[in-house]
Design a protein around this ligand. Sequence first.
Ligand SMILES: NC(=O)c1ccc[n+]([C@@H]2O[C@H](COP(=O)([O-])OP(=O)(O)OC[C@H]3O[C@@H](n4cnc5c(N)ncnc54)[C@H](OP(=O)(O)O)[C@@H]3O)[C@@H](O)[C@H]2O)c1
Length: 282
Amino acid sequence: MKIGFIGAGRVGCALGKYLKEKGAGFSLTGYYSKSIASARGAAQFTDSHCYETPEALLADSEAVFVTTPDGAVASVWKELCRCKIPMRDKLLVHCSGVLTSSICADAESMGVTQVSLHPLYAISDRWESCKVIGKALFTIEGSGPRLEEFHELLSANGLMLQRLKADKKITYHAAATTASNLMIGLGELAISLLEDCGFQRPYAMAALRPLMQGNLDAMMEKGTTEALTGPAERADVETVERHLQALTGEEREIYRLLTKKIVALAEKKHPERDYGPLERLL
Ligand SMILES: NC(=O)c1ccc[n+]([C@@H]2O[C@H](COP(=O)([O-])OP(=O)(O)OC[C@H]3O[C@@H](n4cnc5c(N)ncnc54)[C@H](OP(=O)(O)O)[C@@H]3O)[C@@H](O)[C@H]2O)c1
């Protein structure tokens, strides 16, 4: 399957290079991008062609990956559907975590396969991320005659894939954001509380590092319920109450709501313990 990329940024370069090097059933035509310099750089990096128009790239490619920022995907995609090149049996793919694959209403009648393929990974570097993108799990959602073939080709190239329903896309993206960005928010909350206790920020971070990393490792190895420790797990109402008294505003609310979430886990872990008083406090 001949594939080309519109949008020569981090994901476009990393995925193009990865698939080119794996080479099982895909051949890379090249890149078109908003700036010719980006397209040229990506083409050199992947030893492929630099296109001056999206139509020229579409003419040479069976599958076009639109790896522009999310806000540009729909307009680029619709422009491709409108151009004079026969679209039957083409695939249009994007990598947005939020958008579904249903971008162009006429795609089905045109015989186009529309796919959203999202790497659950932070891809931070145009030139280096091709070395790590194969570790990511990709979610795939779409419709059209060549969806199965595309899925099998990606698997044959070593990508881990998880099918997703279009109506779950936003919930899925909220989950990814919770695990990725909100974890930073939680880290920031803990650091600022330590700063209140007189820690310099670098010391606060150094102090939290083994605690947070150990917890993450335990959670991934044993699961959330088994990894759970602390006052809520011990049904220690007095300590939780004192924490709540020491906190104010949003910090108190975040603590309270997350503690409610883990009490539900603690109840599963220790069905013999009485968590009623803690639940009433929360
Ligand atoms: N980075 C991540 O961690 C990550 C993870 C999962 C999914 N994604 C998704 O992957 C997609 C691409 O993200 P990214 O991080 O690779 O973005 P990026 O690094 O900003 O690259 C986007 C590229 O698209 C080009 N571009 C912008 N508008 C365009 C247009 N109208 N026509 C053609 N090219 C255009 C840009 O311009 P120039 O030509 O000026 O360079 C740039 O090269 C997004 O849908 C994003 O949500 C990203």
